[in-house]
Ligand binder design. Structure first.
Ligand code: NDP
Ligand code: GUE
Length: 282
């Protein structure tokens, strides 16, 4: 079998176009502010892509770039200003942060109504309680891909590889909310390949280049590769060994061009949602 390729880049372009149409009907431009601290090289690319996509879709987008030696208090003061600014609907604090700043403190400082990353404990808790409000962008993007691909979710066995706050956990919650039977696997899981082989839907979010091999995948399964890893030769690869996985899977997302572009499109979707919820416009 050769897997169907789930083209996240195309799905993201469609979503961005629909969002742009909605934004064009609003009497205001939804405001997005990305806060970047220091010079993490990977963040530079992501932040530029976010800014470009947001502006193209009619959002009022800007990046606030603080120096690498910014103190936690200084970052919290910047976040407080954005919380208080009525023109700002969405705030994203780019991760990772430099070591002198506690990530949890930065996340908790963002007004939950403007938390377009969905990382604030209130939003994470609401999702876990089955009352999702602002949902993390990457898992939201994965749900869009599954919907567009027509993958049946009710009663399906889903295995999520990874349990991070930003991908694995919220991913598992969304799949559970869609009536999947969900297993969360991680670095202490016994016999990872056997767990993965049970999956109708396998979501890999571990950050280990090409860890998921052909024999981890049930024939016909849907494989979603969240991983973005730069190999020593400079090539970008996922957490799944793509070529061999595509020989057994029913459908698979590529890297690049799979989940990554969806993350950015969903950031805009969350910003529009937050703007409408805050401002009461339709
Ligand atoms: N496409 C996109 O838009 C995005 C992509 N990413 C990518 O997704 C990947 C995961 O990111 P993130 O969730 O932030 O990563 P984290 O490092 O925060 O979490 C990784 C998770 O994978 C688990 N894990 C690590 N190694 C193994 C292993 N050998 N066997 C089993 N489980 C393992 C860890 O387990 P434990 O908890 O036990 O330590 C942890 O739960 C990365 O490649 C990242 O670049 C991230 C965000 C957005
Ligand atoms: N507060 C916060 N929120 C995030 O959502 C967040 C973050 N911090 N820190 C870093 C990770 C990673 N991330 C990606 C976004 C877009 C692509 C993306 O567009 N990828 C393209 C291109 C990749 C490339 O060419 O480099 C693709 O996969 O096709 C990837 C990864 C968001 N993250």
């Amino acid at each position: 079998m050769t897997a169907r390729i789930l083209d996240g880049k195309a799905i993201a372009a469609g979503l961005r176009a629909r969002l742009a149409e909605r934004v064009a009907t609003l009497p205001f431009s939804p405001g997005l502010r990305v806060v970047r601290v220091g010079e993490d090289p990977a963040s530079g690319v992501y932040v530029r892509n976010k800014d470009k996509a947001a502006t193209a879709a009619g959002f009022d987008s800007a990046t606030i770039h603080l120096p690498a030696d910014t103190s936690e208090a200084q970052l919290l003061a910047t976040i407080a200003q954005l919380n208080a600014d009525p023109a700002v609907d969405g705030i994203l604090v780019q991760l990772p942060l430099p070591p002198q700043i506690r990530t949890e403190a930065a996340i908790a400082a963002v007004d939950p109504a403007k938390d377009v990353d969905g990382f604030h404990p209130l939003n994470a808790g609401l999702l876990a309680a089955g009352q999702p409000r602002l949902v993390p962008c990457t898992p939201r993007g994965v749900m869009h891909i599954l919907a567009e691909a027509g993958v049946p979710l009710r009663g399906a066995r889903a295995v999520v590889l990874g349990r991070s706050q930003i991908v694995g956990r919220p991913m598992a919650q969304l799949l559970l909310g869609a009536d999947c039977t969900v297993t969360i696997a991680h670095s202490r899981t016994r016999d990872l390949p056997a767990e993965c082989r049970r999956a109708d839907i396998l979501v890999a979010a571990v950050g280990r280049p090409e860890m998921v091999r052909r024999d981890w995948i049930a024939p016909g399964a849907t494989v979603i590769d969240v991983g973005i890893n730069r190999r020593p030769d400079g090539k970008l690869v996922g957490d799944v060994a793509y070529a061999e996985a595509a020989e057994v899977a029913g459908a698979i997302t590529p890297v690049p061009g799979g989940v990554g572009p969806m993350t950015i499109a969903c950031l805009l979707e969350n910003t529009l949602d937050a703007a409408i919820a805050r401002r009461g416009a339709a």
